[in-house]
Design a protein around this ligand. Structure first.
Ligand code: SF4
Length: 268
């Protein structure tokens, strides 16, 4: 039987398990829509903090001010269409972004020893059966590999209006993405992840705030155990059958965030 290979960005795989119907629309059917200003703010913060961390890791550190130029450039020349709103105007986004960027570079980055920043991964093949193969490709967007007393672990930066609550980063809904990155890291480098993953949450609404929280055993969520099937097996079944279930209770089930909104019959 000849093989049919579908390539998807590794960084998108986790969102398959939020609303699979939306994931199919965006990543298999190619539906696009303008991004939200908060998504662009996230992109800008990720780009500037990655520039700072990568320089520090390479032994040629740059100042937070130098790296902040990346944030400002990204906001002024977005890499995709953005639907600006009164809630978050470009000046407000820049002010919030610069506060979070500076806070991260001065107070948080120095706490980590990084082994990789946004690592380019080796393609990871998932056999879905009946000749269908999914290949996860691309970089571990927005993630770092950190070394600590417990060994190697993932540090995944998450920005958002509610990314921090009660002094902790929000971890809910992130296990699939983090588990994917743990698998990809091991597949790419041959090294084993031994430390729990850390989510570094950066709150972009209200007072800018950064906090961390751990996710343990994220890899098990992807590969499964003898007690439950992993998300890889469940995702492979969706791709093999072509049945991508909707989730109208998803936080992203809104015309502002879902490119399939206008034709999807499952939301209210
Ligand atoms: S409108 Fe809601 S249920 Fe439909 S695809 Fe989008 S997120 Fe999923």
């Amino acid at each position: 039987m000849s093989e049919s290979v579908t390539r998807v960005r590794a960084s998108s795989w986790g969102s398959l398990f939020d609303c699979a119907h939306r994931w199919e629309g965006t990543h298999l059917l190619g539906l696009q829509m303008p991004s939200s200003p908060r998504a662009l703010l996230g992109t800008a913060i990720h780009a500037s903090t990655a520039a700072f961390d990568a320089a520090r890791m390479a032994g040629a550190p740059i100042t937070p001010d130098d790296a902040a130029g990346v944030l400002v450039d990204t906001l002024h020349t977005p890499p995709y269409d953005v639907d600006w709103t009164d809630d978050l105007t470009p000046p407000k986004a820049e002010a919030t972004g610069l506060k979070l960027h500076t806070l991260y570079c001065q107070d948080w980055s120095p706490r980590f020893e990084f082994a990789a920043v946004e690592l380019e991964t080796k393609p990871f093949r998932i056999d879905c059966g009946r000749g269908q193969v999914v290949e996860l490709v691309g970089t571990m967007d927005r993630s770092r590999i950190r070394r600590g007393a417990g060994g190697i672990g993932i540090a995944d930066l998450k920005t958002g209006a509610t990314a921090v609550a009660k002094g902790l980063a929000k971890t809910k809904g992130h296990a699939a993405q983090v588990g994917t990155y743990e698998l990809l890291f091991e597949h790419t480098t041959g090294e084993t992840i031994t430390a729990p993953a850390e989510i570094v949450g950066m709150k972009t609404k209200g007072t800018p705030e950064i906090a961390v929280a751990e996710i343990r055993n994220a890899r098990d969520v992807m590969v499964g155990t003898d007690q439950f099937p992993g998300l890889i097996e469940i995702g492979a079944e969706m791709l093999r059958t072509g049945l991508f279930p909707p989730n109208p209770q998803s936080m992203m089930c809104h015309q502002r965030y879902c490119a399939r909104w206008s034709t999807c019959p499952y939301h209210e």
